[in-house]
Ligand binder design. Structure first.
Ligand code: ZN
Length: 271
């Protein structure tokens, strides 16, 4: 935590003395504030106007490595919530001492998921259920391979999301729902009633070679590399297909590194 704090302070100190002219739309024309030309942004770095985000990810793996329980089990959930509360306590302590707002942020680790996973494997070896994947679980999320219903997942994750005030998103994986709009509405209603920010992940890929519309698959090629393949015509040319997936919080249409691709491949459906 000391190391994290120092890193956040580096960011704060780097920003001190920045002139509003660096980004007039943000600082002068109202997107963030209405400072004068030549004015420094310093006063906005204190007193809750802005926050420094303490990011965390892999709560699932963390808990599993500590007590061998899943976040979906009572003892796992209890420890997970305890860890989250502790992280919030640090933020509150720093904030009280420095008048700088610190907030806990559920890090999705877009492509960093692969880099971090490889670093952990190098440092600790391959530990089953902890470092044996080429990705680390997004923030407090239930592991993508864990079978759980959409409603149970949203309900459980809502408790963790409440402890992630600096930002977080939950989502559930769903099949093609075009023929079942009432079910979509039911999930949306459930989200509205139970969790602040959550989404449905669906697939609407397109193969430019054969016109297939649906889900382009991830398969292993002869070298063991994960590649995208049209299930209809077996096209594997990434330049001739359109694939869209919610990488983390945003939906990406580029292609992803091997770690993130593995994570996407292993996602189970929740509906
Ligand atoms: Zn095709």
């Amino acid at each position: 935590m000391d190391l994290c704090h120092r890193a956040l302070r580096c960011r704060h100190e780097r920003l001190l003395g920045t002139h509003s002219d660096a980004a007039p739309i943000l600082w002068q024309y109202g997107a963030i504030s209405r400072l004068k030309k030549g004015e420094v942004i310093d006063k906005l770095l204190y007193g809750g106007y802005s926050t420094l985000s303490l990011g965390y990810a892999g709560l699932w793996e963390c808990v599993y490595s500590l007590n061998g329980k899943k976040l979906t089990e009572p003892e796992g959930k209890e420890l997970g919530l305890k860890i989250m509360k502790k992280l919030n306590e640090y933020c509150a302590k720093w904030k009280a001492e420095e008048k700088i707002d610190y907030s806990l942020y559920g890090t999705p680790l877009e492509s960093t998921t692969y880099k971090f996973a490889k670093c952990l494997q190098k440092r600790f070896g391959k530990i089953e259920g902890v470092t044996d994947k080429n990705y680390i679980t997004n923030s407090y999320h239930v592991h993508v391979t864990e079978p759980i219903s959409a409603f149970d997942k949203l309900k459980l994750e809502s408790e963790f999301q409440a402890l992630s005030p600096g930002g977080a998103i939950s989502y559930v994986e769903v099949p093609n729902m075009q023929q079942n709009i009432p079910a979509v509405m039911q999930v949306i209603r459930y989200i509205y009633d139970n969790i602040m920010y959550a989404e449905l992940n669906t697939k609407s890929d397109y193969c430019q070679c054969c016109g297939y519309s649906g889900e382009i698959q991830i398969v292993k090629d002869d070298n063991g590399k994960l590649v995208w393949e049209c299930p209809n015509c077996k096209n594997r040319d990434q330049n001739k297909m359109n694939v869209a997936r919610r990488t983390c919080g945003y939906i990406g249409t580029q292609f992803w590194n091997q770690g993130r691709t593995q994570e996407i491949k292993e996602r189970v459906l929740h509906l």
